[in-house]
Design a protein around this ligand. Structure first.
Ligand code: NAD
Length: 362
């Protein structure tokens, strides 16, 4: 099994180091190879996704990614900005399914802005389609309007589009994921207004017939945004398009209170995947040794489960994280009165200790 390790910028290097430490104690045979990506790659090679990094990612079973970006690169031409590396990897690896679990750990219930009774025990999975929708649809651009409310005025336009195979494959991913959970899928659309999403809804319904054991319901995106804060535990697996998924997955993630806890995975059709924390490179705290490494460590657990077929090792990591939280250790972002504040490295060490002392059985 080969893993490409791409720490990136800012806190990326600090948090990925902790995840690698955790992988190292699992007694599994991995080949880990690191490469530069993002701003670090731009500084060294003049491009955020150099050929060598892309080659390594392509020939690996999985990519463990930290984060990229820094405000100092904001003035660069768009193709050279660090964030373009993620788009390049998604495109070149054919990553089309983004998994974002939102889990509320018992010990962190108070970190949420919602009442504890609404959030305690929350465990939902948002699956966002990554290749289609209004983000990539052509044509797009600026022009002079020839019709509409202001003919002759300057206007901008994008195209929302989905093809049948794109919707079928993401629907299958969602139904398969639901089979491993509580067998419920909510498909989120805007079929009442958008042709593209009536098409989406029809196809998800068709694919759903292949999964009679999974309960399917449909919800309009505006209602879904409301229900996520009103009664989030109603959901289990949520599947939706690229734009709605972008917004709803951030909303769901923040229900749990801390961005430092949230892993994510982006998969292609051969289960090769890119695994990364949901947060960015946090330049404001980079180099201070205070970043929470748990989102990255939990992303490594997702990598073991989805791309490397090591579900028991994934369980061991997830149990170790719960154990460490139960023991009262907290990085600054999740610290509260009565808990012990620790740095990035100590948090990683504590997870390693929980695994190696075999206090955790998985
Ligand atoms: P961010 O997620 O980096 O930070 C937002 C806030 O959360 C900051 O206050 C930060 O200190 C805190 N935070 C984030 N991760 C944390 C962790 N593990 N532990 C403790 N605190 C944490 O978002 P931003 O500030 O909007 O963006 C910073 C840079 O990251 C930008 O250049 C942006 O483009 C980039 N970015 C990259 C990715 C990615 O690599 N996938 C995603 C989002 C943003």
């Amino acid at each position: 099994m080969k893993i490409a390790v791409l720490p990136g910028d800012g806190i990326g290097t600090e948090i990925v180091a902790e995840a690698v430490k955790v992988l190292d104690v699992l007694d599994l045979k991995f080949e880990l190879e690191s490469a530069l990506v993002g701003g670090a790659a731009y500084e060294a090679h003049g491009h955020p996704l150099p050929e060598a990094t892309l080659k390594l990612a392509k020939e690996s079973d999985a990519v463990l990614f930290g984060a990229v970006g820094d405000w100092k690169y904001d003035k660069l031409d768009r193709p050279l900005r660090p964030e373009q590396a993620i788009l390049g990897l998604r495109k070149n690896l054919g990553l089309f399914a983004n998994f974002r679990p939102a889990i509320c750990y018992e010990q962190l219930v108070d970190a949420s802005s919602l009442k504890p009774e609404l959030i305690a025990g929350l465990d939902i999975l948002i699956i966002r389609e990554l290749t289609g929708d209004i983000y990539f649809g052509q044509p797009r651009g600026r022009r002079t309007a020839t019709d509409g409310h202001f003919p002759g005025a300057e206007e901008a336009f994008d195209t929302m589009r989905y093809s049948r195979p794109e919707v079928e494959r993401i629907a299958r991913v969602a139904f398969e994921a639901a089979r491993k959970r509580s067998k419920r899928v909510t498909s989120v659309d805007k079929a009442n207004v958008l042709e593209t999403f009536q098409f989406w809804k029809d196809i998800v319904t068709e694919v759903g017939k292949e999964y009679p054991d999974v309960e399917l319901d449909h919800m309009y995106v505006d209602n879904a945004a409301m229900q996520l804060v009103k009664a989030p535990k109603k959901f289990d697996v949520v599947v939706t398009g690229n734009m709605f998924g972008d917004i709803l997955s951030d909303e769901a993630a923040m229900l749990t209170g801390s961005i430092g806890m949230l892993p994510s995975a982006s998969l292609n059709s051969s289960n090769q995947g890119l695994y990364e924390p949901s947060h960015g490179s946090a330049p404001d705290i980079a180099g201070k040794g205070v970043a929470n490494p748990l989102a990255t460590i939990l992303s490594a657990a997702m990598m073991l489960r989805f791309s490397l077929n090591q579900p028991e090792a994934a369980d061991r990591i997830e149990s170790a994280v719960k154990h460490v939280l139960a023991s009262g250790l907290r990085t600054g972002d999740i610290w509260s009165e009565g808990t012990k504040r620790v740095g990035t490295r100590e948090m990683g060490d504590a997870v390693v200790a929980a695994i190696t002392k075999k206090t955790i059985t998985g």
